[in-house]
Ligand binder design. Structure first.
Ligand code: VTB
Length: 315
């Protein structure tokens, strides 16, 4: 794949972020989501790929644009698989709370896990630790203890990020027994997982808990490029969910996926902040102009480009 593609993908997330930013803080999730979807869809048509959306906004009957299986891109260039989220954290954006972002991952055809729209149990840590330091089969308290030891700090110096949901009550309780601090987030676990890659900037060492499986694939793609470890396991606790998994060709329902199982090959990842966040500032909107802050990165080289762009807005 052409390495220029990584930078081109930034245009796609920038467009979505600028559009969503206009709807920040207006209390209207649909408005923000729709703006981001339309802008990302338009921008994707200029990307020089023959792309197939593998992780998108749902199945074709449920999502008019950016649905799973949609063919996107200009139609020339490499055949690629795409995972995308024009607005991860639409409630955050509607309430103008931190850490909503637009994200996209592109890899070789066949490289992305075809995740059904179910929940996924997730655990993620940043780069620089021994392989398999944490996994989903160990109690969360043990994961925190192992991470603290490997980092050379006390468990109470570790910060965990967890989605603020009633389903996480026991998890939160377990993590609290270690003395670790917890950042409870309202939404946006793609950002939550990416935050583990730069604990000194974000204050997050480990991500734990259950969120969307599609978001899990996108986050795995980010970690493939930026570094870090992640495990994910689909939660297939009803017949309907098992049917969805069967449809995607998933044969081992209890498999623990690592980042490279979810996003294989030469992965490019880009994300642009919508609301201000711990890693990426949000869009600055000025009369006639928008300034965006993005990261563009690629697994083959691990290079991270932090891109600040000032866009002239017409109309
Ligand atoms: C997370 C989060 C998303 O969905 O995946 C979450 O990253 C999981 O679903 O931003 P629930 O909201 O049902 O817990 C989102 O919040 C998007 O809806």
């Amino acid at each position: 794949m052409d390495r220029g593609l990584t930078l081109e993908t930034v245009r796609v997330t920038e467009s979505a972020a600028i559009a969503a930013a206009a709807a920040r803080g207006r209390g209207d999730e649909q408005l923000a989501e729709q703006a981001a979807v339309n802008a990302m869809s338009d921008a994707l048509s200029a990307l020089k790929v023959r792309g197939r959306v593998v992780v998108g906004l749902g199945e074709e009957e449920a999502a008019p644009k950016l649905f799973v299986g949609e063919t996107v891109g200009s139609g020339d260039g490499p055949e690629v698989d795409i995972a995308l989220d024009p607005l991860d954290g639409h409630t955050l954006c509607a309430k103008n709370l931190p850490n909503s972002l637009a994200a996209i991952a592109v890899t070789e055809s066949g490289g992305l896990l075809q995740a059904p729209d179910v929940y996924m149990e997730k655990i993620a840590i940043g780069p620089g630790y021994p392989a398999d330091l944490v996994d989903l089969d160990m109690p969360p308290a043990e994961a925190i203890a192992r991470l603290a030891k490997a980092k050379g700090v006390r468990p109470q110096d570790i910060s965990a990020c967890i989605l603020d949901r009633p389903r996480h009550a026991a998890l939160v309780e377990d993590v609290r027994t270690t003395g670790a601090s917890i950042r409870l987030i309202g939404d946006g676990d793609v950002a939550g997982i990416i935050h583990t890659t730069e604990p000194q900037t974000t204050g997050i060492d480990i991500y734990l808990g259950t969120g969307g499986a599609p978001e899990g694939v996108l986050a795995a793609a980010a970690l493939r490029c930026i570094g870090g470890q992640m495990c994910g396991r689909l939660i297939l606790d009803t017949d309907e969910k098992r049917r969805l998994a069967d449809e995607k060709g998933i044969t081992d329902r209890n498999l623990i996926y690592k980042a490279a199982d979810m996003a294989a090959g030469d992965v490019s990842f880009a994300a642009t902040g919508i609301t201000d966040g711990s890693l990426l500032p949000g869009v600055w909107l000025d009369p006639g102009a928008a300034t965006t802050f993005s990261i563009a990165t690629r697994s083959r080289t691990g290079t991270q480009r932090w891109v600040r762009a000032k866009h002239k807005l017409c109309g």
